[in-house]
Design a protein around this ligand. Structure first.
Ligand code: PGA
Length: 252
């Protein structure tokens, strides 16, 4: 079984730190067979990291943390999917921090997903509810399903199979208050059911769906279960020991 571990470094690391972190992860995981590791450093470091690691890369890939919603042109400060595709294979799209601090709606997320696919970047699409209060309610599932259907609207059968979805409850991100494996699986199953309705069961079974939100080396076993295809790690991905331990537990 091919599991996925994504490391989202967010706006952290100088180049020296990035290089140290990437190379220790790469060295420690280069013989892994069952887990694909996707590191998403600040985009400015990716080309240099790529050049330095090239000869050792096996199951290790790079992704960006975002891409522009426009293809090219006069959009000062933005980085296009085409530019990212020259240095990376994946792009995180619609992370809750982008939705919250930069006003990204499902419509914008949808636009970015389509631009990513057009440029051969595989999107890692984040969805998740804001509050823990009604987390168990069916109405809350509805809000997650709405994000799924609107963010992925208009993708055909081939395109949907290139998508990785990360279910990340916003209340669990960076708080140390991770969801239980049971809850993560329940929502992931319901997202897969939703995809079965839109596409069909066979296609839905091929879409990778991860859990993210305060995953670390201590709680990772919760999320290593059938139905959960891997994890998206924020804070703990900046600590090489913790991150390598997470990858190891997913590998065996
Ligand atoms: P966290 O972040 O692991 O620090 O909770 C996850 C994320 O932001 O994707």
């Amino acid at each position: 079984m091919n599991r996925i571990v994504v490391g989202n470094w967010k706006m952290n690391t100088n180049f020296k730190e990035a290089q140290k972190l990437a190379s220790s992860i790469n060295v420690s995981t280069k013989n892994f067979k069952n887990v694909k590791i996707i590191i998403c450093p600040p985009v400015i470091w990716i080309a240099k990291l790529n050049a330095n690691l090239k000869s050792q890369i096996s199951n290790f890939r790079f992704g960006s943390q975002n891409i522009a919603a426009q293809e090219k042109g006069s959009f000062t400060g933005e980085i296009s999917a085409q530019m990212v595709s020259e240095v990376a294979d994946y792009a995180i799209i619609g992370h809750s921090e982008r939705r919250r601090f930069f006003g990204e709606t499902d419509e914008i997320v949808n636009k970015k997903i389509k631009i990513a696919l057009k440029n051969n970047l595989k999107p890692i699409v984040c969805v998740g509810e804001f509050s823990k209060d009604n987390a168990q309610d069916e109405s809350n599932f509805g809000s997650i399903h709405q994000q799924v259907s609107q963010s992925l609207a208009g993708l055909n059968k081939e395109e949907i199979q290139k998508i990785i979805i990360a279910f990340e409850p916003v209340w669990a991100i960076g708080t140390g208050d991770n969801a239980t494996g049971e809850y993560a699986l329940k929502i992931i199953d319901s997202i897969r059911d939703r995809l079965s309705i839109i596409y069909n069961r066979e296609i839905a079974s091929k879409v990778k769906i991860l859990y993210g939100g305060s995953v670390d080396d201590k709680n990772i076993s919760e999320f290593k279960q059938k139905g959960i295809d891997g994890v998206l790690v924020g804070g703990a991905s900046l600590d090489s020991k913790k991150f390598i331990e997470i990858c190891k537990k997913m590998e065996v």
